[in-house]
Design a protein around this ligand. Structure first.
Ligand code: ISE
Length: 333
């Protein structure tokens, strides 16, 4: 079966997903697209022979499609995902699931009323071989009991970044990785702020250090630096009672020349995590074809956004904020 996909939102990641679904993911075809910029929609749609529709609602209701990819602005996610659930369409939505924890809960409620999972959230780190190897090692007990986790998340430049956006759009990846790797919820969050980089946009607190404590007592730090100038650099190390496992974010090759050794630095998340995005969408297409949603769920999307909201509220005081979450519904057990 070829899964006929409609894509809502054709910015950088949306256009990348269109290309990926057509060339690197098996069993899928992009048959319809829409974007608020109609000329962009026309250009991309015509280049791949897809129907160009004017609104997300029209696309979700179209008989031409089997499933939907939502890559519009975060503010438009909730409406599009809820429309997909109403139309009983499997949907892949880029992270974060929605703008607020309340919107995420509305999605969780709609999916529960439908009775089965339809949503996969784009937390692609789960599909990265380095993160997957740490997960396997933790699950096999090779590190003993996890005690600490250190993370670095640097972007080269982010001229439109905001202080809250660093947490909601970037640290949210680590929030999901923490929950997934450790299989624990996060019970408190705190942000500590050094002086801003001279390269940070006016008034933006960049870099930031977020500190999380999990329900199992693991302490986690995340350095987020959106305007590091030098490149894209994502690292993670879990410290257990008998060993550690780490991912070095620089790249895979090291060059040695007379008197020096050097290694590549990724320019952005598209090159660093390209293969993880491929695997993530392949897993989604396979799950749609099998009629059973897998991967990061609406519950994961809700939990991450709930933690991000509390973390943002620590920005003003730099104090520890306790995180309140609803009970995990049985659908997401
Ligand atoms: C971007 O939106 C992403 O999702 C990238 O994976 C992340 O590393 C980056 O910080 C975000 O701005």
């Amino acid at each position: 079966m070829t899964v006929r996909v409609g894509v809502i939102g054709l910015g950088l990641i949306g256009a990348d997903h269109v290309a990926r679904l057509r060339s690197r993911v098996a069993g899928a075809d992009v048959v319809a697209v829409c974007d608020i910029d109609s000329s962009r929609a026309k250009a991309i749609g015509e280049s791949v022979g897809a129907l160009v529709l004017s609104t997300a609602t029209e696309l979700v209701r179209s008989d031409a499609i089997d499933a939907v990819v939502v890559t519009s602005a975060t503010t438009a996610h909730a409406e599009a995902v809820l429309a997909c659930i109403t139309a009983k369409r499997p949907v892949f939505v880029e992270k974060p699931l929605a703008q607020t924890a309340q919107e995420c809960l509305d999605i969780v409620s709609a999916e529960m009323a439908h009775g089965e999972r339809l949503v996969q959230v784009g937390f692609m780190r789960r599909f990265d071989p380095g993160y997957a190897a740490i997960k396997a090692s933790l699950d096999a007990g090779e590190l003993g009991v996890p005690l600490l986790m250190h993370n670095i998340h640097r972007n080269r430049t982010a001229p439109t970044a905001t202080s809250a956006g660093l947490i909601r759009e970037s640290v949210i990846h680590e929030i999901d990785a923490i929950r997934w790797l450790l299989a624990q919820e996060i019970q408190s969050a705190q942000v500590a702020l050094p002086r801003p980089s001279p390269h940070a946009p006016q008034g933006v607190r960049d870099p930031q250090l977020a500190l999380f404590r999990t329900t199992g007592g693991v302490l986690v730090d995340v350095e987020c630096f959106a305007n590091s100038q030098y490149g894209y650099d994502v690292r993670c190390e879990v410290v257990g009672s008998t060993g550690t496992a780490a991912i070095d974010g620089h790249g895979d090759a090291i060059w040695t020349r007379v008197g020096s050794a050097s290694r590549s630095v990724h320019r952005d998340w598209r090159s660093r995590f390209g293969p993880a995005y491929d695997r993530e969408l392949q897993a989604w297409v396979d799950s749609v074809a099998a009629g059973e949603a897998t991967g990061p769920s609406s519950w994961d999307g809700y939990a991450a956004t709930r933690v991000a909201e509390s973390t943002v509220s620590s920005l003003a005081t730099e104090r520890i904020v306790a995180i309140e979450m609803i009970e995990r519904p049985a659908l997401y057990a």
